[in-house]
Design a protein around this ligand. Structure first.
Ligand code: R5P
Length: 148
């Protein structure tokens, strides 16, 4: 899978661990920054991650900020994005299976490296269900994106 990852300064320390893990899993990942602890605004990075996903350049995205919350709010402002903070394994895979989440957000101040890589593995191995209930609900999300 081709992926995109971004972080703000608070997420940056965890980001490289996540990237290394994703590469070991055999995925192709583009790192759009940030690249150090210099303060940056998470909406700018989340927007860039979202654009890579909505353009089709990446199948899914990952954002790492302090809590994952700001990143998910920002990414969800972008049409076509279904972003979620996932700090437990069940949410990491069910968010894809039921909700077709395409940007997973992680808080580097909340989870450690071991949990982060397990979250990412769960997220990447999950597929959107073919169940018509879940398809109908995600279609309603798409309509909300279009019409409010
Ligand atoms: O939801 C927002 C994120 O957790 C940010 O990473 C956080 O607000 C950054 O805070 P600071 O600029 O104090 O490091």
């Amino acid at each position: 899978m081709r992926l995109v990852i971004g972080s703000d300064h608070a997420g940056w320390p965890l980001k490289q661990t996540v990237i290394d893990h994703i590469r070991k899993l055999g995925h192709d990942i583009v790192d759009i920054g940030s690249y150090d602890d210099k303060p940056v605004d998470f909406p700018d990075i989340a927007r860039a991650v979202a654009q890579k996903v909505t353009s089709g350049e990446a199948a899914r995205g990952i954002m790492v900020c302090g809590t994952g919350v700001g990143a998910s709010i920002a990414a969800n402002k972008m049409k076509g994005i279904r972003a979620a903070v996932c700090h437990d394994i069940h949410s990491a895979h069910q968010s894809v299976e039921h909700d077709d989440v395409n940007v997973m957000c992680i808080g580097a101040q909340i989870v450690g490296a071991w949990l982060a890589v397990d979250l990412v593995s769960s997220y990447l191995s999950a597929e959107f269900s073919t169940d018509e209930d879940f398809r109908r609900r995600v279609e309603k999300l798409r309509v909300m994106d279009e019409q409010g």
